[in-house]
Write a protein that binds this ligand. Structure first.
Ligand SMILES: NC(=O)c1ccc[n+]([C@@H]2O[C@H](COP(=O)([O-])OP(=O)(O)OC[C@H]3O[C@@H](n4cnc5c(N)ncnc54)[C@H](O)[C@@H]3O)[C@@H](O)[C@H]2O)c1
Length: 289
């Protein structure tokens, strides 16, 4: 594989494009929102500059990687890709619509992968023209820093596709964990209900934002409190994952906290919106409760 396409230039898409370009792949990054593309490219350039500053990569490596990276508002450009990774908004209808639009433009042999955090790989594969060459390649946030990728086969994914994806992860220097195709896979099945519970603890007045995060950092040795982490992931993504767990496993223990719903309805989506459980307008994040 030489050329990777990325659909969605948000937090995850830009992170995946970053690591692919640094690993020597040519990359096309596509988004329907031109501002998202501009922001994504600026983020990649800035994050690579930070990596140069901390001597994790050289100036030349950054220069070469940025030269391998192209942004495109046109899906037609994805025809050149050997593998396309969809990292658009966590919404099944949005993802299905993307596959319907994109599949006719892909090379017949190309692998189509999704970075979904929770949605059934089998169900997403079913709307594509290539369920045997479709799988879940689930990166963690922030992609350049986090070691793990979860690989998830749909019912129809063939072995060659799975092995190609595994070799791709090896080339990126990532560790792989294999998950069966159940709602939210492994990491988010455990992590997001914990975050949802922390939001219930806030909602019920058991603790404040700062108090809950301090308690879990110092009491459970988590590197980041659950509410700061929720803001980092994006509250819309956290809510979408809880809804998928609730719908897919039909167990009331997965019901999304009403306070999480309210924050999302307000557009307080966390860091990417400038406000969530913390306000990010100033130098230091300030708790909103
Ligand atoms: N945020 C996380 O911590 C995290 C971690 C792992 C996986 N994921 C998954 O990655 C995916 C993206 O999440 P994110 O955090 O980057 O979200 P984001 O909101 O930062 O970015 C989503 C991007 O998708 C674009 N988009 C929406 N519809 C599109 C379309 N029809 N065509 C092309 N682009 C479109 C949006 O313009 C936006 O730029 C989701 O499936 C999410 O579950 C997120």
């Amino acid at each position: 594989m030489k050329t990777i396409g990325i659909i969605g230039a948000g937090q995850m898409g830009s992170g995946i494009a970053h690591v692919c370009a640094l690993s020597g792949y040519d990359v096309f990054m596509h988004d329907i929102d031109e501002t998202a593309i501009e922001n994504g490219m600026a983020t990649i350039s800035g994050n690579m500059a930070r990596q140069v500053g901390s001597e994790r990569i050289t100036r030349d490596e950054r220069h070469d990687a940025l030269n391998r990276l192209r942004a495109t508002p046109k899906v037609e450009d994805l025809v050149k890709c050997d593998m396309v990774i969809e990292a658009a908004t966590e919404n099944e209808k949005v993802k299905q619509a993307i596959y319907k639009t994109v599949c006719p433009h892909l090379n017949a042999d190309a692998i189509l992968a999704t970075n979904t955090s929770s949605i059934s790989i089998t169900r997403l594969a079913a709307v594509t023209d290539r369920p045997e060459r479709f799988l879940g390649v689930h990166f963690m946030n922030p992609v350049p820093v986090m070691q793990l990728v979860e690989l998830v086969r749909g019912i129809a994914t063939d072995d060659a596709t799975f092995q190609t994806a595994r070799a791709f992860c090896d080339k990126l220097g990532k560790e792989v964990s294999v998950s069966e195709d159940f709602p939210a896979f492994i990491v988010n099945r455990v992590l997001i209900p914990m975050i949802n519970e922390a939001i219930y603890v806030l909602y019920e007045g058991v603790g404040t934002v700062a108090g809950i995060d301090k308690a879990m950092k110092l009491g459970a040795n988590h590197p980041m409190g659950p509410l700061a982490l929720a803001d980092f992931i994006g509250l819309d993504t956290c809510l979408a994952i809880m809804q998928t767990l609730h719908d897919g496993l039909a167990d009331t223990k997965y019901r999304p906290c009403p306070l999480l719903v309210k924050y999302v309805e307000a557009g307080w989506l966390g860091r990417k919106a400038g406000k969530g459980f913390y306000d990010y307008a100033g130098e230091e994040p300030v708790p909103t409760r």
